[in-house]
Structure formats: C-alpha cells, structure tokens
Design a protein around this ligand. Sequence first.
Ligand SMILES: *Cc1c(COP(=O)(O)O)cnc(C)c1O
Length: 359
Amino acid sequence: MRVFNFAAGPATLPLPVLEQARAEMTDWQGSGMSVMEISHRSAAFVAVAEQAERDLRELLGIPQNYKVLFLQGGATGQFTAIPLNLTAPGATVDYLNTGVWSKKALTEAKRYCTVEVVADEAASHYTTVPAPGSWQVSAEAAYVHYTPNETIGGVEFDYVPDTGTVPLVADMSSTILSRPIDVSRFGVIYAGAQKNIGPSGLVLVIVREDLLGRSRANTPPIWDYAVMAQEGSMLNTPPTFGIYIAGLIFQWLKREGGLAAIGERNHRKASLLYDYIDASGYYKSPVSRNARSWMNVPFNIADPSLEKTFCSEALAAGLANLEGHRSVGGMRASIYNAMPLQGVEALVAFMRDFQQRHG
Ligand SMILES: *Cc1c(COP(=O)(O)O)cnc(C)c1O
C-alpha cells in the first residue's frame, strides 16, 4: 500500500508518473528495451531530452536567451560551479544567509572568492527572511546568491530580491515549479531534482546566455556552463533515467494545469496546514508568518518527548517521514507538488486526533 510520504528529499513522486514508468519499464516505446538501456546519443533518447527541455521551458516561461542544462553533482556541486563559472580570482560575491543551505553555499564560495554576507538571519535563529530594502548589494559584487526556500528551516522568501544589474543566483532546489516565477529576474537558477523535479542524480541549471564563457581556466568541463551548453548537456553520459522521469513529471504538471494551477493548489495545501497549526493551541510553527514555506512545514509540540510517539503513530496511520531534520528536531512535513491535497487533509486529521489523545 502506498503511504503519504512527507520526506524532504528524495521526495514523493506523482503516482501516475510512477505507473507510466512501470508500464514502460521493460519495453519502452516498442524498442524491446528499457529507456535505461539505450544510448544517450540515440535519436530516441535525444528526443526525450529535447521534449523535457521544451516542456520545462513552457512551464516556467523560460526566455530564449537562457540555456537549460541537465547536469550531475547535485545542488552541492553547483555551490562550487557558481563561483567557478561566474567569477575571476579575487572577485567579491554577495550571499544572503538564511539557513543551512545558504550557509553551505557561501562556505564553499569562500574557497574561491571574497564573500560578503549582506544579510544574515542568525539573530532570529533563521526563522525570518531579510526585509527588502534592509540590505544592499556590494558595489563590486560579481553576483548575489540566495536560497529562496530553506528546506530545513522551512523559511521562504515572499519576494524576489532586486539586485539591479548584478546577476541574481538562486538555489531553487526545494521551490522550483511550485508556482509561476519570472525567470528574467535571475542570472542563474539551479535546483537538485529530488524535491520537485524527479529522482536524485540530476541537477537543473537555467543560465542567462551573457553569463556563459566567464569560467575560470580550471573549471571542470562537466560543470562549465558554456561547455555543457555547447554539448547539449551531453559532454559525457547524462543521467538518462532521471531525465526521462523529469520529462514525465513536466508532462504531468502540464496536464494538471501548469504552474498557475499548481501554485494555487500548493497555497491551499500550505494554508490548510498552517491555519490548523496556529488554531490548535498545541502545535507551533517556529517560522515568522511572512517567511513560511509552501513546501516544507516544520512544527513542534510543547512537550518534545511526544515527538517520537507522534512520528511513529503517524507512520502507523500511513503518514511517513514526518521527523524534522536531524539538526533541528521537531517535525517537518514536506508537501511538494506531488503531495496531493488529500495527504495534507489526512495529516491534519491525524494531528487533531493526536492532540485529543495526548494534549
Ligand atoms: C536538498 C537541497 C540541497 C542539496 O542538494 P543535493 O542534490 O543533495 O546536493 C541544496 N540546497 C537546497 C535548498 C536543498 O533543498
């Protein structure tokens, strides 16, 4: 029996996509082979990758002057690739520090650049986002990096920073495709696949063309945006199964009505959960109201000794992976695109029942 899986990543995938992949597993499109067993350079597979890119471009409204790359090494690899591709030695770069992932990104950038932390939410224990206008882009910054959604803290920006002519770089791993965005506001968008795109092993990079060709001489070619754009992301063997599944997910998103419809549904799901938490007088959200993530919802109960019981009883009720990240404890419900509204309704019903029995 399938459960409602609230894991933060790798995360739940849409059931129709899993069922299609199962149906096609051993004989893909009449080839007598699975999609995993054909050459990445075959016309059939190249068509899969091209269709995936077309569908993604349509979903996100990606302008013509942006390249779409399907790479490997995860979002963590991009923490390195960003400074290598966008700066010369001695450059200064700006980072907004809003939690675990932005901290990791800026720590890596320090190996290559002078990092200015232009906004730091440490004082709130990373439960807030910096207000627009409360921080400034450094005069000499080569780019500004931020994490629109902090997956562990459950903190999400409710605005896109205005960085003027300085390229804005965003780690969208846990928020991409959750609602419409204006891609033209960004220089580079990157996202590990395993939250809202598909299986792990694939990382998406969307890069504005004028930022290509600035990489340092020692940049690994597999992370060099200009090289990978030139090679159609196939300098080496790409993660073919991941690209295939991502393509099926993009088609599923289109069938579901595209990102406007998905965004409305995500907003409903998140509101249902936060409204219940706030009204319960029992559960608490640690996150400031204007910074609450639509995708990752951490919450606590006053008596932390009940948290283990909460998670084990939830699992017995078919609600899996509600433990908070090991660094922060508590509970966390990740409610990405593939989590249906019924999953959130079932969670709220369970929380109400748990409160009645233990509160
Ligand atoms: C999951 C996540 C990462 C790490 O992704 P990997 O693919 O494991 O490297 C980085 N940033 C954010 C915001 C994430 O949610």
